[in-house]
Design a binder for this molecule. Sequence first.
Ligand code: FMN
Length: 222
Amino acid sequence: MELVEAIKSRKSIRGYKSTPVSKAILAQILEIATNAPSSMNTQPWKFTVLGGKALDELKEALQKRFLEGAELHPDFGLSPPPSGVYRNRQVDLAKSLFQLLDIAKEDRGKRTEWTAKAFRFFDAPNVMIISMDEEISSYSYIFSLGAISQTIAVVAVDFGLGTCIEGNSILYPEVIRQITGIPESQKIVAGIAIGYPDWDFPANRLRSTREPLDTVATWLGM
Ligand SMILES: Cc1cc2nc3c(=O)[nH]c(=O)nc-3n(C[C@H](O)[C@H](O)[C@H](O)COP(=O)(O)O)c2cc1C
């Protein structure tokens, strides 16, 4: 697949077929993605790849914690909610998603069900947890993890796979540590759901909007 086509066709996938992705394919994706740039070539990423029973256990435990109403405490703290234009974009996304899923704003039951599914990594057959050593967990290195996350997502497209980078999935890091054995000395940065997209799942019809370039780009000297 052409690079530009892969970049353009990547989108967040929130419904998957149950078919597991083979370890060989997941390894190839990571192998290719590690060509991503990193600050001073530190390659500060670590991957924990889950499937099968291990992932079932993690999904169950995260969902349980959420449904109990446990306090959210990601390793890097909670980001403040977006305001202004950023809030508007968040609201637009939520409205579009809930419309496709036929979930009314006031339907708390269905909204809770949807969030529980997010804690189950949207029922993806595989998940990559991205973490980094605490000693290197500052700006340049976290940025590098962003670079490799997008690279993974784009490479996955080439294998006919979908992904969803999920901040939501790392809100209970102690649960992830307990099941994966990721030590306290590593900060958990993101979870990436990965699998073959279920194109019949309504949320997968979403094509999120983008601002016109003029509102985000400044041109100088040209
Ligand atoms: C850091 C980060 C965290 C995200 N967390 C979530 C999440 O918790 N749940 C979710 O459904 N999507 C999550 N997303 C996906 C975004 O909602 C999505 O990238 C955005 O709406 C643009 O849509 P697209 O990926 O389909 O192009 C996250 C994306 C990033 C980069």
